[in-house]
Design a protein around this ligand. Structure first.
Ligand code: NAD
Length: 389
């Protein structure tokens, strides 16, 4: 049987600097018996040169067409339409493909008979899947970077400073959403010397927040909003409105507010209203780490933009935090995607087996069909949506 050829795509999304496999990852994939071909310049945004890839044993394809012969393509973000249009029968595409929400792309990939494997679907609580958990590794980078972004534009110190020129009080930081990104943000802000408070709707988060030395913000309007699989449930409209109102009184007391709240399969919940931002002091900073084209946690944030409000509050729609620390983010992602690829190998080839719990979560399309039940339901709904057929 031919040696399995694995291609590494150069990312094309705006401001995306990550790469799916770093040179160390190439070494691990080659050691598992595969050949690796890397699109020229794929690692540039993370400072991995083409020569570092060839030193690790990869060959370089001068353009996307040079990857066409690869049986498996690895990417971070969903590939651009020009690449999707070149995918061929039986090719395997692995990445953070977003197919749980992008049902059009799922249908296209199934129609091209591509086996689409998306890391968002990983059963994250399964201990043997933890090395493959790209959502956690990238959220971790995002949480860290969100604090540095805030510190960079904040025109005061984070720690208390006692100097001959006087004493500066520490910055007061509020973190909303204490999952993977929020906990990393708490740790990073604490290491910089800030006073940190945090809030999350999941009751379990309280002990995690306290264990990092932050205080937990007591909110009366929402209690115990845990959902399935360790995630939060969506709030009712009444709970949501009461939470936003109650948070506004806390937001205005803080110098820095970082929001990281997400509910799987939903647009991010609104937590910080325009009125709450209006109530903040001049010089305060808000980082919306949940910012996306579908919305974020902060009413006035815009994805990819930094705005300064008329009352002097800097609001950052931070939609590319992992890409800002692309070398670390790529190294972690490379471990995750490499571990998944090796898990899928059977006798040196990709062996699809949907009875395996990990594969049942990540394999979205196969053999010309959408095989993931949640994605299949979304694709079926497309045909009843006006404008789709
Ligand atoms: P996520 O990205 O879906 O959400 C981020 C945080 O936002 C969550 O903590 C969520 O509770 C919070 N949130 C949602 N709605 C909110 C609201 N209205 N107000 C305030 N906060 C709100 O979640 P995540 O960070 O990927 O993970 C969530 C949990 O799952 C964490 O406890 C994490 O430790 C756990 N987890 C466990 C494993 C594992 O067992 N290996 C792996 C991954 C995650």
């Amino acid at each position: 049987m031919d040696q399995l050829s694995v291609g590494v795509v150069k990312e094309t999304a705006p401001r995306e600097r990550r790469v799916a496999l770093d040179p160390d990852g190439v070494g691990r994939v080659i050691a598992a018996g595969c050949a690796v071909v890397v699109q020229a310049g794929a690692g540039d945004g993370s400072w991995f040169s083409d020569s570092a890839y060839t030193d690790a044993g990869a060959t370089i394809a001068t353009d996307a067409a040079g990857l066409a012969a690869a049986s498996v393509l690895l990417c971070v973000r969903p590939p651009a339409p020009e690449i999707v249009n070149t995918l061929r029968d039986g090719q395997v595409l692995i990445g953070l493909l977003g197919l749980l929400s992008d049902h059009d792309l799922a249908r296209t990939l199934a129609g091209r008979d591509v086996t689409a494997i998306s890391l968002e679907g990983l059963p994250r609580t399964l201990s043997r899947a933890q090395g493959m958990d790209a959502l956690s590794s990238q959220a971790n980078v995002a949480g860290y970077r969100s604090v540095l972004l805030a510190a960079d534009v904040f025109r005061r110190y984070f720690p208390m400073m006692v100097t001959a020129a006087g004493t500066a009080r520490p910055a007061e930081v509020l973190i909303l959403g204490a999952g993977v990104a929020g906990l990393q943000a708490i740790g990073t802000a604490r290491r910089l010397g800030a006073q940190v408070r945090a809030f999350d709707v999941r009751p379990d988060s309280r002990s995690e927040v306290l264990s990092l030395g932050a205080s937990f913000l007591d909110i009366e309007s929402v209690t115990a909003a845990a959902g399935e699989g360790g995630y939060a449930r969506a709030l009712t409209d009444e709970e949501q409105a009461a939470l936003v109102d109650e948070l506004a009184t806390h937001v205005k007391r803080h110098d820095i507010v970082i929001t990281t709240a997400q509910v799987p399969g939903r647009t991010p919940p609104l937590l910080v209203s325009a009125a709450a931002v209006d109530g903040m002091r001049a010089g305060s900073v808000v980082v919306d780490a949940a910012s996306s084209p579908l919305g974020g946690n902060v009413a006035v944030s815009r994805p990819g933009e930094t705005i300064v409000t008329s009352n002097g509050v800097t609001v950052i729609g931070a939609d590319d935090l992992p890409s800002m620390a692309s070398t670390s983010a790529s190294a972690a992602y490379s471990r995750n995607i490499g571990a998944l690829l090796l898990h899928l190998l059977a006798d040196g080839q990709i062996g699809i087996d949907l009875s395996d719990e990990i594969q049942a979560g990540v394999v979205m399309t196969h053999d010309g069909a959408v095989v993931h039940p949640m994605v299949a339901a979304g694709v079926a709904a497309l045909s009843t949506t006006p404008g789709h057929s």
